[in-house]
Every structure is written in structure tokens, then in C-alpha cells.
Design a protein around this ligand. Structure first.
Ligand code: GYE
Length: 321
């Protein structure tokens, strides 16, 4: 049995080496087609659905073969997917890390196998910058700051403003950074975060946490939700408690997906900070350069805007996601 296993392992190694020679690189494909292993976070939000679609469509347009894996918001699944991409000797690995820490070991494995890694959407927290070629994504601290700055302006002159915060996935870059930016912007004002809990970026999570917040606090002025979906869940909870979202309790969210923009235009949300999920084309461009050994910037920031209720009503007809 053992001998058979060893023989199989040797054959796999040999096969891997042969394919690598045949394609002139570490490609898992027989021809020159670039093969990308993409480890997605999951399907937790409207943002994520739009992001997945963007990546899949862009790969097709670019003639890149995509091996797509959905981690269902679990880091261990993403690690498994990355290991399997390394074993399959793909040309490039792209992934959106569900949380910030704990990636060094698996990324070192990819590095040793000579497979470049591109971080997309979310980044990692590591001292070793050589573990990835580039990071394409938003400035989440800036997003949080924009949310806070709007509230500071909106509530100027009010003696005290109580905010409850619906946080994204614990340990995820957008959850950490959107909190940081918001806190920075409201510092020294009369705005106070009276409760903060994760709703895991999902609509049901946002609803559940908001129900608990409403039971525990009767003085909530504002909800700051780290994404539209949790804000939309909170709206359901607020309505069920007999209050009017957007009026009795103001709501600020991040993303600007269609459902969020609809609620904003209709007055149930008060302000949305945009986070652009359409990263596919830029990602494929970067992937081609990285595979060709060309220089790419280590960080590519996505440009974004914000929306008031009036601006949402205007932008809604052309909103693609
Ligand atoms: O805001 C949220 C999603 O990482 C920027 O993840 C992304 C965030 C996005 O679940 O809706």
C-alpha cells in the first residue's frame, strides 16, 4: 500500500514537472492560456455577488481560465482552496482574504512554488510584503471616515448623538478599517458609539443584531452599518419595532448596491459610502502583467464616491448592480 502511494506521489510530481516544461512556466494548462485560481470569500452580500460576476465575466473577456472557489466565509476553506491551486500549478492565484491575519504559511507555500498571488478587495495583515505581488481594492479607512464626516456635519449643534454600529465579519479588513475611519472622524464631537457588534456582513445578521440593540437601548439615533445588506436587515428590525427607518433612526451604510440605493432614494437610508465591487477587469489586467513578469504597483486603490438621498435617486436608473 505504502509503495503504491509513493509511486503515485512520484508520478504526480513528474506529471507536474512535465506540464510545467510544456507550457514554459508553472501553468496548469496545456497551451498558453493563463490559469487563475480565485478564492472568493463567499456569497454573503449584494456586493459580493456583483464582485463574483465581475471577476467571472472579466476572466472570460480576457481569455483567462478561472478556477473559482467559494469559501463560505471560512478562512480554513480559503486556505484549502489556495493549497489546491498550488497543487494544480495554476499561473496566478487571486483571493479576497476573509480575515486579515493567518495567511503567512499558505502564502509562503505559493511563493515557494513560484506562483504569484494577487490580493483583491481585502488585504492581509503581514510583515512580509513579498507574499503578494499587488493588492487591488478600496481604502476602507477612508470609507469609514467619509461615513463619520457626513454624520458630524448632519448632526452639527445636536447635544448628543447615539450610534449603534453593525460591524462586518470579525477580523476582516473592511470591518476593522471602517470602524477605525469612523471613530477618527467623530472624535471630539458629541457623537458616541453606544453599542457595536458583528452582523457578519449579512442581511439576517444585521437584522438579528439590530433587534437586540433595539431591546437593550431606547435612545438610538443612528445606525452605522458596515455594508448595505446589514443596513437593510436593520431596517426590517426597526420597522418591526414600530419605528421609521431614515427618520426616527438615521441609517448610514457602505457599498451602494442597488437594493441599498433603492432604500436610500426612498428615504429609509440617509447616506451611503460607495465601495466598488467591479474589480474584474483591473484584476485580469494585473494578472496578465504579473504572469508576464512585468512590474506592477504593490497597491492599486479603487476610486469611490458617496451618495445622499437625492444623488441616489438620480444614479439609480443607471446602477448596474
Ligand atoms: O463591503 C461587503 C462584503 O470586502 C468590500 O464585503 C468587501 C465587503 C463589502 O460582504 O458587502
Amino acid at each position: 500500500m505504502l509503495r503504491k502511494l509513493v509511486a503515485t506521489a512520484a508520478a504526480v510530481t513528474l506529471f507536474g514537472a512535465l506540464t510545467a516544461c510544456g507550457s514554459g512556466g508553472s501553468s496548469g494548462s496545456a497551451d498558453d492560456t493563463i490559469v487563475m485560481g480565485f478564492a472568493q470569500v463567499g456569497a454573503e452580500s449584494g456586493w459580493r455577488t456583483a464582485n463574483t460576476k465581475s471577476v467571472q465575466e472579466a476572466a472570460e473577456r480576457a481569455g483567462i481560465e478561472l478556477k473559482f472557489s467559494d469559501a463560505q466565509q471560512k478562512q480554513e476553506n480559503q486556505i484549502k482552496a489556495i493549497r489546491s491551486f498550488v497543487q494544480q500549478r495554476v499561473d496566478v492565484i487571486a483571493f479576497s482574504p476573509v480575515v486579515e491575519t493567518g495567511w503567512d504559511t499558505v502564502l509562503l507555500e505559493a511563493k515557494r512554488a513560484g506562483i504569484p498571488v494577487i490580493l483583491t478587495d481585502r488585504s492581509i495583515d503581514s510583515d512580509d510584503e513579498s507574499l503578494y505581488a499587488t493588492f487591488l481594492g478600496s481604502d476602507f479607512v477612508e470609507e469609514g471616515r467619509k461615513a463619520g464626516e457626513w454624520l458630524v456635519e448632519e448632526t452639527e449643534g445636536e447635544s448628543r448623538v447615539n450610534v449603534v454600529e453593525l460591524e462586518g465579519t470579525t477580523g476582516a479588513a473592511p470591518a476593522i478599517d471602517r470602524h477605525t475611519g469612523f471613530v477618527e472622524a467623530i472624535e471630539g464631537t458629541n457623537i458616541e458609539i453606544i453599542a457595536s457588534q458583528t452582523g457578519d456582513f449579512t442581511r439576517s445578521g444585521g437584522k438579528q443584531v439590530m433587534e437586540a440593540f433595539l431591546k437593550a437601548h431606547d435612545d438610538i439615533d443612528v445606525v452605522y452599518a458596515h455594508n448595505d445588506d446589514m443596513g437593510l436587515g436593520a431596517i426590517e428590525a426597526i420597522q418591526a419595532a414600530g419605528k421609521k427607518p431614515g427618520e426616527d433612526i438615521k441609517i448610514i451604510t457602505v457599498d451602494a448596491v442597488k437594493d441599498g440605493m433603492q432604500a436610500l432614494a426612498e428615504g429609509r437610508i440617509n447616506f451611503i459610502v460607495e465601495c466598488n465591487p467591479l474589480l474584474g477587469d483591473q484584476l485580469m489586467e494585473l494578472a496578465k502583467k504579473v504572469v508576464a513578469g512585468e512590474e506592477v504597483p504593490h497597491r492599486v486603490v479603487v476610486e469611490e464616491t458617496t451618495f445622499t438621498q437625492e444623488q441616489a435617486a438620480e444614479a439609480l436608473p443607471d446602477r448596474k448592480y
